[in-house]
Design a protein around this ligand. Structure first.
Ligand SMILES: Cc1cc2nc3c(=O)[nH]c(=O)nc-3n(C[C@H](O)[C@H](O)[C@H](O)COP(=O)(O)OP(=O)(O)OC[C@H]3O[C@@H](n4cnc5c(N)ncnc54)[C@H](O)[C@@H]3O)c2cc1C
Ligand code: SF4
Length: 256
């Protein structure tokens, strides 16, 4: 690990003042940043410790919402009575992450700002990673990319964002009813199943010529085979929970 200066911020203004110094980084729970510094993925000339800056409160807002302090721990946020009562999906998302020990240290701000889990980014033994070494290329494009993005990616980087908290707070595709297109079309931080998640696929083409469907005359049976799947899953969810969900996707919030 390289040497660095360490400063403890008194409050938010002090933190911002310290962060203006060259090559400074905020330190919260340290569960992501310190690992990356130890393995030489990231370095900093100065760490600005936010833990005593008084940013850990969870308070109700005037319009009935909740203000989650950036330094509130993931476990405190998940177990806060107002979060449990009003935002159970947030509690579930937080408790799905890491382990109790990590959640006791990890903060809301740090969770949202954590770096990608792309293995090429996290291991300097791999020389090619544009995110770690700009201009070096992206090893994931042709390498191990099972958990990477297939939508919203760029030629420079296909990494996804790993935060469970971020998923619960931010993921929703809004459709434009006039055009049927996604309005928030940037899915760079969205985890979706990729080809590698599907396993083996058999392609069966019906052994007869169909002069109507296309000029090749080929007729596949894929769509006929899968039209019932969503309905079958919907029925299974109904039998398991007693809740009938009539619009897709069937997400946890529709069952609560
Ligand atoms: C074993 C293990 C398993 C994990 N599994 C999961 C998982 O399943 N799901 C999941 O979501 N996460 C998981 N994580 C990641 C974990 O949630 C993050 O490490 C943690 O949330 C980061 O929070 P922190 O407070 O420790 O941040 P730090 O490590 O202190 O900081 C992380 C980054 O955020 C910046 N930062 C911190 N606070 C602020 C702020 N207030 N303003 C601006 N920038 C800030 C820092 O400068 C740094 O770049 C796992 C981690 C470990 C070690
Ligand atoms: S997807 Fe490519 S550029 Fe992005 S973090 Fe991984 S290796 Fe680096």
């Amino acid at each position: 690990m390289r040497p660095f200066f360490y400063d403890r911020a008194r409050d938010a203004d002090h933190a911002l003042q310290l962060a203006r110094m060259p090559d400074a980084r905020f330190l919260a729970g340290g569960t992501n940043l310190l690992d990356l510094m130890k393995s030489d993925v990231l370095s900093a000339a100065r760490l600005v410790d936010l833990n005593r800056a008084g940013l850990d409160a969870i308070t109700e807002t005037a319009d009935g919402g909740l203000d989650l302090g950036a330094l509130a721990r993931n476990s405190d946020t998940a177990n806060h009575p107002l979060v449990r009562r009003r935002y159970p999906l947030l509690t579930q998302a937080l408790l799905a992450g890491a382990s109790p020990q990590v959640r006791n240290m990890a903060t809301n701000g740090g969770n949202l700002m954590q770096r990608t889990r792309c293995p090429y980014f996290n291991d300097p033994a791999f020389p090619r990673c544009n995110k770690r070494a700009p201009g070096s290329g992206c090893a994931a494009l042709e390498g191990f990319n099972r958990s990477h993005a297939i939508l919203g990616a760029s030629e420079a980087c296909i990494a996804t964002h790993p935060s469970d908290l971020g998923m619960a707070l931010m993921e929703k595709t809004e459709m434009d009813a006039r055009t049927g297109r996604a309005v928030n079309g940037n899915l760079a931080e969205y985890h979706v199943p990729v080809n590698a998640d599907v396993g083996g696929i058999d392609i069966i083409v019906v052994d007869e010529t169909d002069p109507y469907i296309n000029s090749l005359g080929a007729k596949g049976i894929g769509e006929i085979g899968i039209v019932g799947v969503a309905a079958a899953i919907g029925n299974a969810v109904y039998h398991a929970t007693g809740k009938r969900v009539r619009d897709l996707p069937i997400t946890l919030d529709k069952l609560l």
